[in-house]
Design a protein around this ligand. Structure first.
Ligand code: NDP
Length: 455
């Protein structure tokens, strides 16, 4: 069964979801932005009223700490609906005059049709709603596929759609694996666009599978994000933010820092203070509100992440703290679960796989640099280009460096502060396209230029 609100279990129910979405499209796309906005706001309120049960479910399903789910995942899911329910009311189209030709031009924007939305397991409801909200705000109907590993909160949200006032068929959640349900969605001829967040490999596969239909694509893919720390940085702020940017959500955020470049004159001091700060991070049961680091998503992912530490060791890198050197620091109760210590690696070459591959776990590598020119070149020396952070008290320098980093986002003297009005997305292998208030509006609508000769 698919569908509107109930969830389907089999990939072939993509067909049923497409039919439901087709049937719902004329009615939903004909509603005014104000009418759609009202329903979306109501859904935001309903999720917020159940914030605690959503947070508990997300934490149990994913392994993230209850605190992170309470403070980040669920509030952001609520805000996604609230934000796009408002931003859709403020979008305008363009108009130009050509008096010498006696005509004017204007643009009209219409919903694209059925939007296929695919999201990963690391921020399940947060990322799914980041796609559903703008898509339905623009008048599309949607078929959304959460990761099969973390679909509980999507299912919980389904139960609120009717209550919020969404007509059946507007939001269709389909459960199933990526290889089956995901692939069927991407390659369905009636699904006009795909917004995908996940790995670069799957993103490349989606490009191929959707190419015969020339679908609109927005791909938010992996990252290998540098933090660049100059000698004039405020180290107190920088260290606590960089520990957080390395290990928040067990390092399972595409925006996490995984390469830390520290200027030579402060390198030793930074290393000592950074490791001291990491040691203070508490690892344990995700349901304990005092815990900073929960469990990784799966046994396979844990093994993959730990294997990178072995590779680093075999290359002669130094493990300053974490797995392999301090495993007793893991609480006995968690030693058989998918837990691992936050791990800090130094003395590692730029071409090591730990400095090149997206590991997507609680591992960060630290290296030293001399000059601004050198660090820009090295920070850009990976296939990814999603996010970077720059720490310095010299405003000229942060501006100069930010400009030259090949990265969709640059945070200076902070991390993860987002304004949803502005574009989000990556360069190079980190993605295609941008989403955000105006960018999402443009992506989830088709534009037409109309010319009127008036004299
Ligand atoms: P995957 O690419 O494996 O999966 C992402 C989603 O795609 C899941 O729903 C998955 O389904 C589905 N999927 C898998 N294979 C296919 C396919 N052939 N066709 C269609 N859909 C498919 O990524 P992960 O779930 O492992 O997520 C981690 C990745 O996501 C990291 O690389 C990370 O950087 C990236 N990410 C990027 C973000 C960004 O904004 N740039 C934000 C967050 C994460 P299922 O899991 O059910 O098999």
């Amino acid at each position: 069964m698919t569908i509107s609100h109930p969830c389907s279990k089999h990939y072939d129910s993509i067909e049923a979801a497409v039919k439901a979405a087709q049937n719902a499209f004329p009615g939903w796309s004909a509603k005014t932005p104000q009418e759609r906005s009202k329903i979306m706001s109501k859904l935001a309120d309903l999720i917020e009223e159940s914030l605690e049960s959503f947070a508990e479910a997300e934490s149990k399903d994913q392994g993230k700490t209850i605190t992170f789910a309470r403070m980040v995942d669920v509030p952001r899911a609520v805000y996604n609906f609230r934000f796009f329910s408002s931003s859709i009311l403020h979008q305008t189209t363009e108009c130009t005059q050509m008096d010498h030709m006696g005509c004017m031009h204007y643009t009209e924007r219409t919903p694209v049709g059925i939007a296929g939305l695919i999201s990963p397991w690391n921020l399940p409801l947060y990322l799914l709603t980041w796609k559903i909200a703008p898509a339905v705000a623009c008048g599309n109907t949607v078929i959304a596929k959460p990761s099969e590993m973390t679909s509980v909160t999507a299912w919980m949200m389904c139960k609120l759609l009717n209550k919020a006032g969404f007509p059946p068929g507007v939001v269709n959640i389909v459960l199933g694996s990526g290889l089956k349900a995901g692939d069927a969605l991407v390659s369905h001829p009636e699904v006009s666009l795909i917004s995908f967040t996940g790995s670069t490999l799957t993103g490349q596969h989606i490009i191929e599978r959707s190419a015969p239909y020339c679908k609109k694509l927005s791909l938010e893919l992996g990252g290998k994000n540098p933090a660049i720390i100059f000698e004039d940085a405020n180290l107190d702020e920088c260290i606590s933010a960089t520990v957080r940017s390395s290990f928040a959500n067990q390092g399972e955020i595409c925006l996490c820092t995984s390469r830390i470049f520290v200027q030579r004159s402060i390198y030793k001091d930074f290393l000592r203070r950074f490791v001291e700060a990491v040691k203070k991070w508490k690892i344990g049961d995700p349901s304990d509100p005092t815990v900073d680091l929960g469990a990784l998503i799966s046994k396979e992912h844990l093994a993959k992440v730990k294997n990178y530490i072995k590779k680093a060791e075999s290359e002669g890198a130094k493990i300053l703290y974490g797995e392999g050197i301090d495993s007793l620091a893991l609480p006995p109760r968690n030693q058989n679960g998918y837990f691992m210590l936050p791990t800090v690696i130094a003395e590692i070459a730029d071409d090591s796989c730990c400095m090149q591959d997206e590991i997507f776990g609680p591992i960060t590598c630290i290296t030293e640099f001399g000059t601004e020119e050198e660090v820009i070149r090295r920070a850009n020396g990976v296939k990814y280009g999603l996010a970077a952070t720059v720490w310095s008290s010299d405003v000229g320098r942060v501006h100069r460096v930010a400009k030259r980093l090949k990265s969709g986002l640059v945070w200076t003297n902070c991390w993860l502060i987002r304004d949803l009005n502005l574009p989000f997305g990556g360069m190079k292998a980190s993605g295609i396209g941008r989403e955000g208030a105006k960018d999402s509006y443009e992506f989830f609508t088709e534009v037409k230029t109309i010319t009127i000769k008036h004299t």
